[in-house]
Design a protein around this ligand. Structure first.
Ligand code: NDP
Length: 284
């Protein structure tokens, strides 16, 4: 008999994860704080648990996909006594330290812990382009690979439970700042009546081409060679950013997205750097 997989949290993402398990024909138990979300999965064959205690009563793997770190603690802590010897896979977004805290909490209670960070939206789960990073228990990653692979491409990043989150947060930093830049650009051309949809098409192609430069930048960071061979100078970058800020302000668009980048470059120049100097982004 195959043991059931328990899903705690049936928001947009938790429901997508549980649905993928059901689609794979896995016995599935689902629980949600408010009952409204569970019936749809019940109709698809899941066993709907009326409480967390009931949901974790079996001996299968437990998947938590809740709002945040606090809700994971709030849901798991009261039933910790039933979880010794079990495996918890946490797919809730947490910071690296929060993931490590959960891993320590689990270790103290004899619970095997695997943390996951989802780089996909619910509609992508189980389809092309869905990527999930994992860290923590290698045994859990291997043992449950069939389940994990149903959701997307599974990548294991090592035993430090915070690593998946660290990687996720680093990836999302690139995404959010890119989106902020796009919004700013759309506002600029919008002042001349250009529809954002038209701008988006051109911006997407340009950004895709620009990502070709990431590998070169990465090589500079890894080699710690900031002498600027083959790189644009900081003066060039400062001049470009100053022009962008003037153009924004001339168009009546607040340059607050650009200012922090401009400030970093100016500080580096004031500190004596003539070339691109990634250490400005580190704390040391
Ligand atoms: P939703 O807002 O759709 O769902 C949140 C879930 O958390 C609901 O099941 C909600 O229950 C539950 N919840 C909130 N607070 C508590 C609490 N105190 N105790 C118990 N349950 C609680 O979010 P998603 O499903 O989209 O996201 C879930 C996790 O997945 C988040 O950490 C998110 O960052 C992550 N994620 C989501 C992505 C996305 O695109 N949606 C992408 C990548 C990661 P109730 O229904 O009762 O309110």
């Amino acid at each position: 008999m195959t043991t059931s997989t328990t899903f705690l949290g049936l928001g947009a993402m938790g429901s997508a994860l549980a649905a993928a398990a059901l689609d794979a024909g896995r016995p599935t138990v689902v629980w949600n704080r408010t009952p409204r979300r569970a019936p749809a999965l019940g109709e698809r064959g899941a066993t709907v648990a009326g409480s967390v205690e009931e949901a974790v009563a079996g001996d299968g793997v437990i998947v938590a996909c809740l709002l945040d770190h606090r809700s994971v603690q709030g849901v798991l802590d009261p039933v910790a006594g039933n979880l010794s010897g079990r495996t918890v896979i946490n797919l809730t977004t947490t910071t690296p330290n929060e993931s490590r805290e959960l891993a320590a909490w689990a270790a103290e209670r004899g619970i095997t812990f695997l943390d996951g960070a989802i780089l996909a939206v619910p509609e992508m789960i189980g389809g092309a382009g869905s990527v999930i990073f994992y860290s923590g228990s290698a045994t859990a990653f291997e043992q449950h690979s069939a389940l994990l692979d149903r959701w997307g491409e599974s990548t294991y990043l090592g035993p430090d439970a915070g690593m998946a989150s660290l990687y996720d947060m680093a990836m999302l930093t690139g995404m959010y700042t890119m989106f902020a830049g796009f919004m700013h650009g759309a506002a600029m051309v919008g002042t001349a009546g250009v529809p954002a949809t038209e701008f988006a098409e051109r911006q997407a192609a340009f950004l895709a081409a620009m990502t070709g430069g990431l590998a070169g930048l990465a090589a500079v960071i890894d080699a710690k060679d900031y002498t600027g061979k083959g790189q644009q100078s900081l003066r060039f970058t400062e001049t470009a950013l100053a022009a962008l800020m003037r153009a924004s302000s001339d168009a009546g668009v607040d340059a607050k997205v650009l200012k922090p980048v401009h400030d970093i470059v100016r500080r580096q120049i004031a500190g004596g750097s003539a070339t691109r100097a990634p250490p400005a982004f580190s704390r040391n």
